[in-house]
Design a protein around this ligand. Structure first.
Ligand SMILES: Nc1ncnc2c1ncn2[C@@H]1O[C@H](COP(=O)(O)OP(=O)(O)OP(=O)(O)O)[C@@H](O)[C@H]1O
Ligand SMILES: Nc1nc2c(ncn2[C@@H]2O[C@H](COP(=O)(O)OP(=O)(O)O)[C@@H](O)[C@H]2O)c(=O)[nH]1
Length: 228
């Protein structure tokens, strides 16, 4: 049992390894891995009012407006009064960060800084199981059966906006909206930036940092828990 609740955020451009590293953190330290993308997909699948609205943006490759994101996410975070968590994909704008700030005090923010060429290579090779959000890469973490999700056996897909033509615009957009968020967390003294081209090389540094802040737990307790 953790003595103190721990709240962290992981930021980084598309393909920087947020999902991959979040899973490792969840497994090692027992934080709940909360993902804005998973949460949106759940709402879309459940046909909630916000889910239907969010879908119209996601289908066009657009970000969901801040007020929709905050209305969806903040009440869920407020309910998690007795859980430590790691949030992946939110906040990604200054308005979202300010809204989150009014709900809870973050202990730590991880920001991943990965070169463009690496992002491009990873994303053009990213395969996703749409129903669960599970992510594969044919070189780095391939599925057991090619083209199939490990757990469900269902087909994997690729996103058009993971292809190099769309990536430049996505990365430019990320830089523009993330900069003030990063500056905010820097000014609060909770930002930790990690740079590199391989997740396996960055991971030991993140692991050491978190080990100084939260106790690790046996790996058998692995869990990926979507928001309730
Ligand atoms: N914090 C957010 N604010 C606005 N829209 C969001 C946010 N998080 C997710 N979305 C929307 O949901 C979609 C899916 O999000 P998700 O994080 O799964 O995938 P993604 O865009 O491929 O991100 P990444 O490539 O960084 O993993 C995004 O493309 C965006 O439209
Ligand atoms: N080759 C390679 N692929 C990686 C590495 N780390 C993550 N990936 C893959 O790169 C893609 C993007 O990672 P993901 O965790 O989805 O990043 P996110 O978009 O920031 O959440 C996925 O296909 C991962 O499996 C790495 O160190 N090397």
């Amino acid at each position: 049992m953790m003595a103190k609740l721990f709240r962290a955020v992981i930021m980084g451009p598309p393909g920087s390894g947020k999902g991959t590293i979040s899973e490792r953190i969840a497994q090692r330290f027992g934080l709940k891995h909360l993902s804005s993308g998973d949460f949106l997909r759940e709402n879309i699948a459940a046909n909630t009012e916000a889910g239907v609205l969010a879908k119209t943006y996601i289908e066009r490759g657009l970000m969901v407006p801040d007020h929709v994101m905050t209305r969806l996410l903040l009440p869920r975070l407020e309910e998690m009064t007795c859980h430590s968590w790691l949030m992946d994909g939110f906040p990604c704008t200054l308005a979202q960060a300010k809204a989150l700030n009014s709900t809870c005090d973050l202990d730590l923010v991880i920001s991943l800084n990965i070169p463009y060429e690496t992002l491009k290579d990873r994303l053009s090779d990213r395969w996703i199981h749409p129903a669960s959000g599970r992510v594969y890469n044919m070189g780095f973490n391939p599925p057991r059966v090619q083209g199939r999700d490990d757990l469900s056996g269902e087909p994997l897909i690729q996103h058009d906006d993971d292809q190099p033509e769309a990536l430049v615009a996505r990365l430019r957009h990320y830089k523009d909206v993330a900069k003030p968020v990063i500056d905010l967390y820097k000014s609060k003294g909770i930002l930790h930036m990690f740079s590199g081209t391989e997740t396996d090389r960055i991971w030991p540094y993140i692991n050491s940092l978190l080990s100084t802040k939260i106790p690790s737990r046996p790996e058998t307790d692995t869990q990926h828990i979507p928001l309730p």
